[in-house]
Design a protein around this ligand. Structure first.
Ligand code: SF4
Length: 210
């Protein structure tokens, strides 16, 4: 019994980390702001166009303690930490966000919403995926809804979730990177016809930062 308790605690205080780095947030509401990214391993959502498929298998990535992650962030002037993946909510993030917030850092998350919410967040970016839909109980907590547009049917998908988020939630349409030349003109026309939406571009890919 004692062993089980120790194992549970170590699951919460260390997490599989694919990469972590200080850069600019390239997408959505916080686009252009300096932020420290922590990309957690593990995802079973299965987006066909996923650009971080190496993240899917959590066992491929070393487990780092939340304390050591906080220390790495504090080596930089970062004020915002973005927890991404993979699908970060596959993990219990209570301890990670507690440690980061106690250190005076803002905690932002990028999630598909496919797993229950854990952690305390200053900003939740919900990016629902058709391959594994978000849990209904996560949707009202979104500060930002960011829908990746891969084909025309994604506009209807976007509207379905826009109707479910809170009235103050920011709404973004973002072209899938490899389809950007084809989809961006359609997104521009769509936003002009439905101005509650805004355009999100992956500017980190244009300015060539991670
Ligand atoms: S949710 Fe994110 S990490 Fe997971 S498959 Fe989709 S794009 Fe890739």
């Amino acid at each position: 019994m004692k062993t089980e308790i120790v194992n549970l605690k170590s699951e919460i205080t260390s997490l599989p980390v694919m990469e972590h780095f200080y850069t600019l947030q390239g997408e959505g509401f916080h686009q252009g702001k300096a932020a420290y990214f922590i990309r957690l391993g593990g995802c079973d959502v299965g987006c066909v166009w996923c650009d971080v498929k190496d993240s899917w298998d959590a066992s491929k990535h070393p487990k780092l303690s939340v304390e050591s992650l906080k220390l790495r962030v504090k080596e930089t002037p970062a004020k915002i930490v973005v927890i991404t993946g993979g699908e970060p909510l596959m993990h219990d993030l209570d301890e990670l966000t507690k440690v980061l917030q106690t250190a005076g850092l803002k905690t932002n998350i990028e999630t598909s919403g496919a797993y229950p919410l854990s952690g305390k967040w200053d900003w939740i970016c919900l990016s629902p995926k058709k391959f594994k839909a978000p849990l209904p109980e996560v949707i009202p907590f979104a500060d930002e809804l960011k829908v990746v547009v891969f084909n025309k049917s994604d506009f209807d998908w976007a509207e379905k979730y826009a109707a479910l988020v809170s009235p103050t939630c920011k709404l973004y349409l973002q072209p899938e990177w490899d389809k950007a030349a084809e989809m961006t003109p359609l997104i521009i026309d769509y936003i002009k016809a439905h101005p509650k939406w805004e355009l999100s571009l992956q500017i980190h890919k244009y300015i060539n930062v991670p």
